[in-house]
Design a protein around this ligand. Structure first.
Ligand SMILES: Cc1ncc(COP(=O)(O)O)c(C=O)c1O
Length: 474
């Protein structure tokens, strides 16, 4: 397109084209259906609903992200119109995004301690990248020890099996909860993990512990004490990767993980509130030299972001999505932490009180987020921001996954949608498997609360969302 033709595009054309790009460069999960919604029941346009509590799964584009998407799109299009190649534009945006991520994590420019950052379309894709890299670094088959399937991304176990030569790594899912959904104690998890590390060593493979900080229902698994105990016990016989895809951790926690030599996977699309599909793998600085000789990184600016996984040359959708997430993250980082903590505490107290008083609801219990090994208790990320609850149907029994999936979709299709995290299976009650829905806080929501001082209305909206759940349940 010529510069003149470009300048003649009106705002609506720009928006339509930007949205078109926004749904590209991911997988089936972001493709829109006949009603213009993705797999998470979300439309692409910002949703005018005060009941957006779905950040554990995916959030609609919020106002700040929307403005950023349009503005980045316009600058990209301006460059294209001026004759710049898409791949060059893409490269320079990727570098900017990586440096934005590192800055927000607290690393200075050209900081030797800064990790290498590899973008990818999603958290799931970043797990695949981690598996490919670790396999190359270690030179042995891998056995991934992960939290049980229900608590992580549904495609994660499959993504970890990926090897560069077509064989499959082993993935062992280990429970985080008792059969009735209550949390397992950390000593028994640690002892099972140690047994598995020994078994993989005996079998000639290298164990990789996938620490989940935090899981879909807000569990930090296993406890940090267990992670450090195990690393001390097994040394180089144990690799550690941290799944921080929910991004409910402060930058200092991410830096601590990296300083311990653990790879960390993050996304911009859960707590940070960016549009669905933006992942990154952070590789500790002391392992960068191992990876730079790796064929996976040849032509390293372009390849890892798209070609490891897909054949596109320039994933501009990924650029728009990450830029929206960075805009939200930047605003969140500028907040006064005490305000954030007090907002989370007050929100949490009100939601818990409502659920405790409703006999048809039950809050799924999660262990406290003990990160004392890495940060003080006076941190927003030591607070729980995911509230997972079971619902009794009108027949008096706890609802299962399928019924909850229907209820979740019904809520999302209301005139003023009520958006909650998708159902998660969480044990067995009265012999039948049960599931839970999730209501969560996000960075954009906390930023709005802090800047407009409307915590009370957000709390009221959460209560309205829960009342509507009760009204609409079958
Ligand atoms: C703990 C956790 N890990 C990984 C993922 C996968 O991330 P993505 O949806 O970006 O593939 C999710 C998704 O919900 C998650 O909750």
């Amino acid at each position: 397109m010529s510069a003149l033709a470009f300048s003649r595009l009106d705002e609506r054309d720009h928006e339509a084209a930007a949205f078109d790009i926004l749904t590209s460069g991911g997988d089936q999960r972001i493709v829109l259906d006949g009603e213009g919604r993705n797999r998470y029941n979300l439309p692409l346009r910002p949703v005018a609903s005060p009941y957006s509590f779905s950040s554990t799964t995916a959030s609609p584009l919020a106002a700040r992200g929307y403005r950023e998407v349009l503005s980045v799109y316009q600058s990209i299009y301006g460059e294209l119109a001026a004759g710049k190649r898409a791949v060059d534009i893409y490269r320079s945006h990727v570098l900017q995004i990586k440096s934005g991520i590192l800055t927000l994590l607290g690393y200075a420019a050209r900081d030797d301690a800064a990790p290498r950052c590899i973008l990818s379309p999603s958290g799931t894709d970043s797990h695949r990248n981690a598996a490919i890299l670790l396999n190359r670094m270690v030179g042995l088959p891998l056995t991934f020890l992960t939290i049980e399937d229900a608590e992580t991304g549904s495609g994660v176990p499959h993504a970890l099996q990926k090897t560069s030569d077509g064989r499959a790594h082993a993935v062992v899912g280990i429970s985080a909860r008792e059969e009735d959904g209550s949390p397992l104690n950390s000593a028994s998890i640690e002892s099972e993990l140690n047994r598995q590390v020994q078994a993989s060593k005996d079998g000639g493979s290298r164990a990789v512990l996938v620490v989940t900080d935090v899981s879909k229902t807000g569990v930090l698994w296993p406890s940090l004490r267990s992670v450090l105990n195990m690393k001390e016990r097994w040394g180089s016989d144990l690799e550690v990767v941290v799944d921080a895809c929910q991004m409910r951790v402060s930058p200092s926690v991410v830096r601590e993980y990296l300083a311990h030599g653990f790879m960390v996977i993050i996304t911009g699309s859960k707590f940070l509130g960016g549009p669905t599909f933006s992942g990154a793998l952070l590789i500790p600085s002391d392992r960068k030299n191992v990876s730079s000789s790796d064929p996976t990184f040849r032509n390293k600016v372009v390849r890892p972001e798209c070609d490891v996984l897909r054949s596109q040359e320039a994933n501009l959708g990924l650029v728009l999505r990450w830029r929206a997430a960075l805009a939200e993250w930047t605003a969140f980082c500028a907040l006064n932490e005490s305000l954030v903590i007090s907002a989370i505490d007050r929100f949490s107290k009100s939601v818990r009180t409502f659920i405790d008083k409703a006999p048809q609801l039950e809050l799924l219990s999660t262990p406290l987020l003990g990160r004392e090994e890495f940060e003080g208790a006076h941190s927003w990320s030591a607070r729980q921001s995911i509230f997972t609850f079971l619902i009794k149907g009108r027949d008096g029994s706890w609802m299962g996954r399928q019924d909850l999936a229907q209820l979740h979709a019904k809520l999302a299709h209301l005139k003023t949608p009520i958006l909650l995290g998708q159902p998660v299976s969480c044990g067995v009650r009265g012999g039948a498997p049960v599931a839970a829905l999730r209501l969560s806080l996000s960075a954009p929501m906390l930023t709005d609360i802090a800047s407009d001082d409307h915590l009370e209305s957000v709390i009221q909206n959460a209560v309205i969302a829960l009342i509507t759940v009760l009204d609409l349940r079958p």
